[in-house]
Design a protein around this ligand. Structure first.
Ligand code: CNA
Length: 238
């Protein structure tokens, strides 16, 4: 075991109030591409940039094009949790970890057994009508082709937070509470560039801030331990 992984293990062993804050990089080892890595969605070519397709105004004006992207790129295709998701669920069951705060929309933390998951950007596993609010099963937006419509004539959308939309205030409040009371904060698999979610890590007041990310982030210099490696590989050693 590498020295930095050994150090992470010691920090985890000595903590009883861990909070994990993560992003798309947590699920790349489950086969779901992130946004900003070289093989991420932002480096592939579409008729429109992904940040535009994933915006509220684009969805309203152009649901056909949105759903073409959704069916092509946002399908989870049977992805399974990896060692990082599983280890976090294990720590929660042991009482060591209090919350997973994620920017991911893939439901893999819950699939691994995590119970207290704050999904800041919603979930692809829920759907509702953009006009009347009626709830629909996830298959309505994830299976098949084309635009799904509600009986009221409205377009059914995934329950994810599009660009231009605000985050749920209750989720943000709970996330701040968990982070500000944590004795250890592990940040993993996120470029920390999407706000306001990324700003949450500033609420941490403890002395065990750990970053496990393939690439560098703006928080590296503030961290007590930085590991630049695939998170599933690292967590499988803990
Ligand atoms: P991002 O901006 O794509 O950054 C991902 C980060 O993870 C990068 O810094 C990578 O270096 C790093 N990374 C990639 N693979 C690994 C790995 N195996 N181990 C460790 N680090 C790795 O993604 P963010 O989450 O920071 O951006 C927020 C967006 C991305 C949110 O709105 C998400 O909804 C959205 N997103 C989510 C998913 C998902 O649900 N799985 C997939 C793609 C995008």
């Amino acid at each position: 075991m590498d020295d930095s992984v050994r150090k992470l293990k010691e920090l985890v062993d000595g903590s009883g109030n861990i909070v994990f804050f993560g992003g798309a990089g947590v699920s790349t080892e489950s086969g779901i591409p992130d946004f900003r890595s070289v093989d991420g969605l932002y480096n592939q070519k579409y008729r429109y940039p992904p940040e535009e397709i994933l915006s509220a105004s684009f969805f309203r004006k152009n649901p056909e094009e949105y759903y073409r992207f959704h069916h092509d790129k946002l399908r989870l295709r049977g992805a399974q949790p990896n060692a990082a998701h599983r280890k976090l669920a294990e720590w929660e069951a042991e009482g060591k970890l209090k919350a997973v705060i994620t920017q991911n929309i893939d439901g893999l933390h819950q699939a691994a057994g995590s119970k207290n998951v704050i999904e800041l950007h919603g979930s692809l596993l829920r759907a509702y009508c953009a006009r009347c609010g009626r709830r629909y099963p996830a298959e309505t937006v994830n299976d098949g082709e084309g635009v799904p419509y509600c009986d009221c004539g409205g377009v059914i959308r995934p329950d994810i937070v599009f660009y231009e939309e605000g985050l749920d205030q209750d989720d943000m409040y709970r996330a701040v509470e968990y982070i500000s009371h944590a004795d250890m904060l592990i940040i993993g698999g996120t470029s920390l560039v999407v706000y306001p979610a990324a700003g949450l890590v500033r609420y941490y007041r403890g002395s065990k801030l750990v970053l496990v990310n393939k690439g560098e982030t703006g928080a590296d210099r503030d961290a007590d331990l930085v590991i630049h490696a695939p998170i599933g590989e690292v967590f499988s050693q803990l």
